[in-house]
Design a protein around this ligand. Structure first.
Ligand SMILES: Nc1ncnc2c1ncn2[C@@H]1O[C@H](COP(=O)(O)OP(=O)(O)OP(=O)(O)O)[C@@H](O)[C@H]1O
Ligand SMILES: [Mg+2]
Length: 432
């Protein structure tokens, strides 16, 4: 979802605060009277304006039910939901829904309508003129990275699963609502496509800044997407609510700890991005530079490789110091193939995994024009996490006097970045 496509497509409607106040839902009134567990049990939490709150939990724990109570497709048995302090039960349903985009579980595009018509569903209900509807639909398709010229006239069956999920998101955004309800919006695609959709959506949200209630049963997706995470247990009870980092560092119960999994340390890595690492300026050589000068300069630093860039500072590859010719000019074909390219938004988990997969120590960080930002090494990621964990460990112990779960957490996190010393070339451990 390429937010740079049309600047004005990203209109900034106001986000809104969403508050659950002791919300309970029983589908079965008889069971209710007998005191049996309902679908949602006494749910209280607040999502601040402009934040993504992920509802996560096993199948049947009341996630969809919770979402549907926000746009009043389902009415709570008791309790209140407020949007910007106004009790939604006092608002007219149609008017309420105008301010809420809804991406339903399983996408649910209308099969006999074109993609353009699907995206323009809400604008049509709002009575927008044909031309304005079309313009908005095309704007949104461009925003989510589907060329309107190619896709607008197609039908859902003519799209891939990932494309359909993008269209579902575009449809929910059509009337530029301050609130979005997204029920497993990326559920029906393979992990690679899902990863891409997640990244695109996070990028989009930086501009949109909507208040989003996002449902998933995938803990990794919850950690990645959520500013806040609400973990639900079967029976619709809130097991923990807070930022993902807190949940990983200090699970509130055995249920949460089990749900989060034993690899909490690695999961923490997915919360941080390459841009979080301090990145020192990295010395480079350019195509056309005098080889003799480059050779002399290479002796002034311990790093045994020179990073070759073109005129736009775009990295071409590494030249081993030993391979720098005695004289003449540096050329592109002297460089060995590039190590993985990262950008500031790459999560540390992805960065580490890319480096380990490529069997290298260093990744090259580039900006959106492909120009060099800096270099990141496996060791730097490991060192940064150790530092981070040390400070987290203190917080955890500070909060939890018993020490038991805190210690477990610290252990896990220390075990994080494996294989740190296992991968030499092309860049050695003594990085800049
Ligand atoms: N219309 C209904 N009538 C009766 N029970 C219902 C109804 N809708 C949902 N339930 C029950 O309420 C509970 C919560 O359902 P809900 O759809 O909210 O779960 P969920 O967390 O979204 O699950 P999943 O991850 O499988 O989508 C389930 O036990 C479900 O069987
Ligand atoms: Mg559901």
């Amino acid at each position: 979802m390429h937010s740079q496509t049309t600047g004005h497509a990203v209109s900034r409607s106001r986000a809104a605060t969403v508050e659950f106040d002791h919300v309970t839902k029983h589908y079965d009134s008889v069971q209710n009277r007998r005191g049996a567990a309902g679908a949602v049990d006494d749910l209280s939490f607040t999502v601040p304006a402009g934040k993504i709150c992920v509802l996560v939990g096993p199948s049947g724990c009341g996630k969809t039910t919770s979402l549907k109570m926000v746009n009043r497709l389902i009415e709570p048995t008791s309790g209140r939901i407020r949007i910007d302090t106004v009790d939604i039960s006092t608002r007219e349903r149609t008017e309420l829904r105008r301010g809420i985009g809804y991406v339903i579980q399983q996408v649910g595009l209308f099969p006999h309508q074109t993609i353009e018509e699907n995206v323009a569903t809400v604008p049509r209900l709002l009575g927008w003129q044909t031309a304005r509807r079309r313009e908005r639909a095309h704007e949104l398709l461009a925003l989510i990275g589907l060329d309107p010229a190619k896709y607008a006239r197609r039908y859902p069956a003519q799209l891939s699963g990932g494309e359909r999920q993008r269209v579902g998101v575009a449809r929910a955004l059509a009337a530029d609502p301050p609130i979005m309800l997204m029920d497993e919006p990326f559920g029906a695609v393979d992990p690679i496509v899902r990863e891409r959709l997640q990244n695109e959506f996070l990028r989009l949200q930086e501009d949109l800044a909507k208040t989003i209630l996002f449902v998933t049963h995938d803990i990794d997706e919850a950690i990645k997407m959520g500013d806040l995470v609400a973990v639900l247990e079967v029976g619709g009870k809130l097991a923990q609510f807070g930022p993902p980092e807190e949940m990983l560092a200090n699970p509130a119960s055995d249920f949460v700890a089990r749900f989060v999994g034993t690899d909490r340390g690695l999961k923490l890595l997915s919360l941080f991005r390459v841009g979080h690492l301090p990145m020192a300026e990295f010395p480079t050589v350019r195509v056309g530079d005098d080889a003799g000068t480059a050779r002399r300069r290479s002796r002034t630093h311990a790093f045994p490789y020179e990073l070759l860039v073109d005129d736009g500072r775009r990295p071409i590859g590494w030249i081993p110091d030993k391979a720098i010719p005695e004289e003449g000019a540096l050329t592109a074909d002297q460089a060995v193939p590039m190590s993985p390219r990262l950008d500031r938004r790459t999560t540390l988990k992805d960065a580490l995994s890319l480096l380990l997969d490529a069997n290298v120590q260093a990744g090259v960080v580039v900006d959106r024009h492909g120009a060099l930002v800096g270099v990141v090494t496996v060791d730097e990621i490991a060192a940064w996490m150790r530092q981070r964990n040390a400070s987290l460990g203190e917080t955890v112990e500070g909060r939890d006097g018993t020490g038991a779960s805190a210690e477990g957490g610290t252990e896990d996190r220390r075990a994080g970045p494996h294989g740190v010393d296992a991968h030499p070339a092309p860049a050695a451990a003594d990085s800049p």
